[in-house]
Design a protein around this ligand. Structure first.
Ligand SMILES: *Cc1c(COP(=O)(O)O)cnc(C)c1O
Length: 645
């Protein structure tokens, strides 16, 4: 989106919708109201159940909760679980599939207690279960899952304790299934189940030769570190048969990797898995459950393509394709339709959370002051670059570009050699950036951007300083260049007149957001509004409910943000259900082994020595130590000093 267009065309909230693509990525949960504010609307069936995000934030601030804050919408989580189950059931009815759907939520995607509690309580009506990939996750699941019809699936490498816990879970009527990931687990399971006098229900995880595409390509396919290959699967069958326990093998599991953007890859993987399933039935294993793992993608950029941040299929299409493929292959092989299990994590929780932060300041490389005037005593280089800047036109763009760079470098050399003063060098730089900005505007109209100009837009953009840590709240932005929808959550009835990237408040140059959704491409800048002094400017990062919370780290000791859980009533009433305070400074310091009491002690003694040495008086010591102690108790983010929304 070009800055110039934004200024010239008549701005409406519909234009805002086009620029930020809310309708494309929001799945109906978010929309722009006429007031220019982003609203959350968790219930598609009731358009009145809609609330403004800025209003939610004002309410939180009144209650003393500062920004940044992670908003969680319980109704959205419920809606996602409902949609997944309804879509599968609908597809099964449509095709006359004679099996059931049993979803499980993989805890690793969002382990927060609240998420597990909500999924198990709301998902109860669908017998929605849980997937655990470690002992800690299993222990959490064992406490929250009550429904004997819901599945509790154990993946991951398992030691004796893990297996013993899984068997005990079965003993107390949880439908716990141990999925074999390695050959080494088999003798352990055989021994423990014999000891405990309990027949386990077993699954087997296979490696497929088809790979998933997307970021996690290597986590499936022959290179995968997880799962058994075909010859190992046959070995499992033989071992179980020899032990008289082949009747325990009831589930086949595979996982293609997360965020599979292309439906074809999903179909190809599934076809192969169905053949293995049929083979296991023919070997005499009872089977009954086919577990497709995760992979159901989220359309983060709203382009509906096989781009890594998108997917070329809808939830309904996914369910129909899965049902169709399984039914066809099972019918062909004369095998009963299995219960279909999916472990969709991302698609279940991504929409649930929105991170909201305030912008602290904006910095701008080029002030729109026009071409600076040339002083009488300007040197020849300065005159030359000035002339270049004045004459820039589209015909010889690249020549002007090279000239400008040449003169700028000459000026830098003169400065280094002591032949140009600091003021003149500053003038040359200003002229240079003016020229670059002119060229950038011309480049925007070209069909093909010449190579020299790639990255110029980004260089010329403003930097908006956001009160957040990318490393803590959006680790995938940093680690795997994930693109999340980012946009202002208010003022959308006004045109955004700046193009910006967002920098966080860590001191790390990687702490920035500089990849944004644009239709069918990744934009390097985001249209934002001019800051108004004394007024908050609030930006939301959407679809951050999956994977972001616990992958984050304590870079620069910026800790967890505050969290607020919100429900939206049928008339749009805002109900604050739960609030969790983010880390305080003393919290994060204690994570890295400081003892807050000792810190205070040491600091007080230091201040006392200063009194003793006559550097400060007692009253000053009190001010100094009190500021230190307040700081310890404070939020790790920039705390606002009033005039909030
Ligand atoms: C990570 C993982 C999932 C979740 O995948 P999504 O793509 O987030 O749905 C499911 N199953 C297993 C085994 C996993 O490792």
């Amino acid at each position: 989106m070009k800055a110039i267009d934004l200024l010239q065309d008549k701005w409406t909230t519909e234009r805002a919708q086009d620029v930020y693509g809310v309708d494309s990525w929001g799945a109906g949960y978010f929309r722009i109201a006429d007031s220019g504010e982003v609203c959350v609307c968790p219930d598609a069936a009731n358009p009145d159940a809609c609330a403004s995000l800025t209003e939610i934030i004002s309410g939180l601030r009144e209650r003393g909760q500062d920004l940044p804050v992670l908003l969680r919408f319980e109704d959205i989580l419920a809606s996602r679980v409902r949609l997944l189950n309804d879509s599968f059931t609908g597809a099964m009815q449509e095709y006359g599939y004679r099996g059931r759907f049993r979803g499980v939520f993989p805890i690793k995607v969002n382990q927060q207690q609240q998420v597990i509690e909500e999924i198990t309580s709301f998902g109860g009506q669908y017998h929605h279960g849980l997937e655990a990939g470690s002992k800690a996750e299993l222990i959490a699941a064992m406490a929250y899952l009550d429904d004997p019809e819901a599945l509790l699936i154990c993946n991951g490498y398992k030691d004796e304790t893990f297996i013993r816990l899984a068997l005990y879970a079965r003993m107390i009527r949880l439908n716990c299934i141990i999925v074999l990931e390695t050959m080494e687990e088999i003798p352990l399971i055989l021994r423990l189940s014999k000891q405990m006098g309990l027949k386990p229900v077993l699954g087997v995880r296979i490696k497929l030769s088809a790979t998933g595409g997307g970021h996690w390509r290597e986590s499936a396919g022959d290179l995968s570190v997880f799962g058994l290959n075909t010859s190992q699967v046959v070995e499992v069958v033989d071992t179980l048969r020899d032990a008289g326990m082949l009747d325990c093998l009831q589930l086949l599991h595979y996982h293609l990797g997360s965020q599979i953007p292309n439906i074809r890859q999903i179909r190809t993987g599934l076809m192969e898995a169905c053949r293995v399933y049929a083979g296991l039935c023919q070997e005499g294993a009872p089977m009954g459950m086919l577990d497709l793992g995760g992979g159901l993608a989220v359309d983060y950029d709203g382009s509906h393509t096989n781009f890594a941040s998108s997917c070329n299929y809808s939830l309904d299409e996914y369910c129909r394709d899965v049902v169709e493929v399984v039914q066809q292959i099972m019918d062909e092989s004369g095998i009963e339709h299995p219960t279909l299990v999916t472990e969709s994590g991302r698609a279940t929780v991504a929409y649930y959370s929105v991170l909201v932060f305030n912008v602290l300041a904006a910095s701008r490389l080029v002030r729109d002051r026009g071409l600076p005037e040339l002083p009488e005593d300007a040197g020849v280089i300065t005159r030359n670059i000035h002339e270049t800047a004045a004459r820039v036109d589209v015909k010889n763009l690249q020549e002007f570009y090279h000239d400008a760079i040449y003169y700028r470098d000459e000026a830098r050399d003169l400065f280094k050699g002591g032949q140009m003063g600091i003021r003149e060098r500053a003038l040359v730089e200003r002229i240079f950036w003016f020229a670059m900005q002119r060229m950038q505007r011309l480049v925007e109209d070209l069909r093909h951007v010449p190579r020299d100009f790639e990255g110029l837009e980004e260089t010329l953009s403003d930097v908006y300083y956001g009160n957040l840590s990318v490393f803590q709240s959006l680790p995938d932005v940093w680690a795997i260049q994930q693109v999340f929808p980012v946009m202002p959550i208010h003022r959308l009835h006004q045109p955004p007149t700046r193009q910006a990237i967002i920098s966080d408040i860590t001191c790390d140059c990687d702490g920035k957001i500089d990849r944004f959704n644009r239709m069918r491409e990744v934009g390097r800048t985001l249209p934002l509004h001019e800051l108004v002094p004394g007024e908050d400017y609030l930006v939301g990062v959407f679809l951050v409910g999956a994977y972001q919370e616990t992958l984050g780290d304590l870079h620069n000791l910026l800790g967890d943000t505050h969290v607020a859980s919100v429900r939206i009533g049928p008339g749009g009433e805002i109900e604050y259900v739960r609030e969790l305070d983010g880390d305080s400074v003393q919290d994060v310091l204690s994570y890295v082994e400081y003892d807050p009491r000792q810190l205070v002690q040491r600091f007080r003694e230091k201040a006392e020595r200063a009194v003793r040495d006559g550097v400060i008086n007692g009253q000053q010591r009190r001010a100094v130590t009190s500021a230190y102690e307040t700081g310890l108790r404070g939020y790790t983010y920039h705390e606002s000093t009033g005039n909030g929304v």
